[in-house]
Design a protein around this ligand. Sequence first.
Ligand SMILES: [Zn+2]
Ligand SMILES: [Zn+2]
Length: 468
Amino acid sequence: MVDEDQDEWMSYATAGYGGAVDPWDDLVPVESELEEEDHLDDEDMYEDEIPSLRDLDAPPCPAPKGIRHVIRLGCCNYCLARIGGRLNPDGASAFDHGFRIRADAVAQDPTIVENTENYCPFCEDLFEDVDNIVIRIIREIGEVEFSTIQMGYHISKELIEEEDILRKKFGARGASPLKSSFAAAVEYALKKELENVQMVKELPDVMILVDSLTLRVKAEIRPIFYYGRYRKLAKDVPQTRWPCRSCKGRDGGCESCNGTGLQYLDSIQDLIGEPIREALSAEDTSFHGMGREDIDVRCLGRGRPFVVEIKKPQIRTIDLEEIVGKINKEGVEKIEVESLRPSNRSEVSRIKETKAEKTYRIRFEVEGEVSEDAETQILNLSGVILEQRTPKRVAHRRSDLVRKRQVISVENVVIEDNEIQFDVRCQSGTYVKELVHSDEGRTSPSVAEVIGAECSVLWLDVIEIHAE
Ligand SMILES: [Zn+2]
Ligand SMILES: [Zn+2]
């Protein structure tokens, strides 16, 4: 299963950039030479008018003439910092660094006419929204507990394209593009507000999407996953929540479900998920089992592997041992969980895809006398390949075809009057009840076939799921 929303998110995520790395530290410090050379020029031909953006005469930054040119164009301090090509050895904020570059340029040539009338052509004043965006992010996150955050940004394509042309013409070689600089500015400001939060590029606790056009900020709290194995000790407990057949679980339920909206009050999903959901103040749960047993089948042994997904948790840290204790106490005689550990969405796929062999204990009744060689005949099913046509009981939801499944081993045959019990290990996907009663010949061979008598199943337990 692919985590689609994560993938979609990734396409908005920023490219990697290191705030601590100076992108220009590989440049040779040629500044002083350029400076002198520059002063020899009689350069300020634009003195009296604001030059056109298309002016091709200006050299790119970090030449002083180039810096003066972009200042005249109305370049903001943030953009001056990123396209100016000047070292920022003390790691000042982008705004402060840009401010310094501007001050230097003005000190060298006080005649610079600054264009403060129009937008900064390199960002359309996008950076002026940084503080506002940070306020919105913090408001949007609210009281949620998190330690990692991933940011994504929507910036208009036209602006990105125009900026790219201008930057390549006037900016320093290797200047940082608008999007990553904008991201860095937001994250720089955000880190001041959220000191212990780490910015990550994947698997965050919270994802933030910023739309730079509308200034809309969307926070998405990522789910938490826990892995465990459950033993199901009672019958009539479905694995996942089972909505009422009459009302389909719509709001408020109906008479036949006593307003619960559920066909069965308990489910493994809720017996395990609800105590966790409550502890994490979460919205809901999803339950992912490594296969599932029929509702009337118990699951014993080491239990069935599962991953429970807790959606939109307000809290992310809990004492797992304490929660396991609570689950076992509230689910007493219905379910048991040995332990829980943190998991992730890729483990959900692994669990869903694992085809584990299972061992069952099955007990059935034989019509008439049990023949003397019944035990041998049953043991001889060990190793056979079954041909199982889709059982009648599931034919309404599965396509009708013949599946081949292997019986790995048969043991512990117990015969008591006309009741027989045995343990059988078989390939994933074997219909075990049908292996016994034959489903009117749709499964072959079968116990009924080899002992030559009608068999009806009394009960069935999963006693081991051979995974891990
Ligand atoms: Zn700008
Ligand atoms: Zn109902």
